[in-house]
Design a protein around this ligand. Structure first.
Ligand code: SAH
Ligand code: SF4
Length: 387
């Protein structure tokens, strides 16, 4: 295991995004147009100006108006006077022995948020957060033990991509497989479908062809099952869908994924069946965390394939990633394989997700702001020492 490296980017002077000037990152094309009109840009120039600034921000990744060299000096000065292009501050960057990178970012209000970059042989996936903490309280999830602080803005969501591209020095490269960030998963902190509008606005920016230009098929949104919002996500984002399924009876799912008390398995699966463009090339991913003696029996595996029958799907088996104080154990490897075999025999791909970045607490369900972690451990120490 390598020693995590702390990367001190904070010495680079940066304006904080608490600055009064609006940040252009995160504004869609229409909002940018409106903002430029407000500062007196002539109507007939608006589209061109938006395209130019868009290209600088999302294709070249510049962070200063003075670098936008195809704009007149005067226009650059006006932009500078009214707006900013600001990234959050990187508090730490840790690199795992397996190459996974975890960024801890400080955003407006001093809150902290994590993003994780996972390099693989033929792709690189960036796992981004949509909220600080989570209001849902799935008992196996570390993020769920942290109270919701707030939703992230569209800019804060997009900025997780931009900051990672800065760090990987990936600006100006063409779209596609060869990119270091070829895929995005909304599987970090928070429930993206409790922040649908901002997630949508951010993903529309990520998908825009003149900018980051990631295909909607390379973006996967994971939800615990906010049924009405799944329907909206299908219509308004159109990205790939992953469902945190985790149990095969309402009784068990009510405990493991408490939103199930509101939207039962049958209702959730109906929303999946109705998801747009569902086909063998656009399958739904069902995530299934393997918890020893809780949801990992052969009977569970059989019930699972019966439930999802007819839905083009892939089952992602996630060995439980423990965290300090977690109330569950990871299923034994033999059990996970036996479960996978039943699912596989029923005709579904059932990859077992190798935990990535465990040594830096970057694996699924381990994310939680560091300050929160420290607070908890301080509390624990106080309890242990009777102080
Ligand atoms: N809130 C959304 C997005 C988070 S995705 C959702 O729940 O879908 C994070 C994924 O990791 C989810 O499938 C979640 O259930 C899973 N997960 C959470 N804690 C975990 C843990 N300790 N070990 C393995 N997977 C976990
Ligand atoms: Fe929230 Fe998802 Fe964790 Fe559940 S699994 S607590 S919905 S982040």
């Amino acid at each position: 295991m390598s020693t995590p490296i702390t990367h001190d980017v904070t010495t680079v002077p940066r304006k904080l995004d608490t600055d009064a000037k609006p940040n252009l990152i995160g504004l869609g094309r229409d909002a940018l147009k409106a903002a430029f009109a407000e500062i007196g840009t002539p109507e007939k120039q608006l589209k061109m100006r938006v395209n130019q600034v868009w290209g600088w921000m999302y294709q070249k990744g510049v962070t200063s108006f003075s670098d936008m060299t195809n704009l007149s000096k005067d226009f650059r000065a006006v932009l500078e006077e009214h707006f900013q292009i600001t990234r959050p501050e990187i508090i730490t960057r840790q690199i795992s022995a397996d190459g996974t990178r975890k960024y801890l970012l400080r955003i407006a209000g001093g809150h902290e948020v994590e993003a994780v970059y996972i390099p693989e042989t033929n792709r690189g996936t960036l796992c981004i957060s949509s909220q600080i903490g989570c209001t849902l309280t799935c008992p196996f999830c570390h993020t769920g033990t942290q109270k919701l602080v707030r939703n992230l803005t569209a800019g804060e969501i997009v900025n997780q991509i931009l900051i990672t591209r800065d760090d990987l020095e990936e600006w100006g490269k063409p779209a596609g497989d060869k990119r270091l960030i070829s895929n995005i998963v909304l599987m970090g902190m928070g429930e993206p479908l409790y922040n649908t509008d901002n997630v949508r606005d951010a993903m529309l920016i990520a998908m825009d062809n003149e900018g980051i230009s990631l295909s909607r098929r390379r973006i996967t949104l994971s939800t615990s099952g906010v049924v009405p919002e799944i329907i909206r996500a299908g219509a308004e984002i159109g990205c790939m869908l992953a469902i945190s399924f985790h149990a095969t009876t309402d009784e068990v799912r009510d405990v493991l994924v408490p939103i199930n008390r509101k939207h039962k398995i049958a209702e959730l699966l109906q929303a999946c069946r109705d998801y747009p463009r569902l086909s063998n090339s656009e399958r739904i991913t069902f995530e299934y965390v393997m918890l020893k003696d809780v949801n990992d029996s052969d009977a569970d595996a059989r019930r699972l394939v019966k439930l999802i029958s007819g839905i083009p799907a892939k089952i992602n088996l996630i060995p439980f990633n423990p965290w300090p104080g977690s109330p569950y154990d990871r299923s034994d490897w033999d059990r996970i394989e036996a479960f996978a075999e039943i699912v596989n025999d029923a005709g579904y791909a059932s990859p077992i997700r190798t935990p990535r970045g465990e040594d830096i607490m970057a694996a699924c369900g381990q994310l939680k702001s560091a300050t929160e972690r420290q607070r908890k451990s301080a509390k624990k120490i106080a309890q242990e020492t009777g102080m």
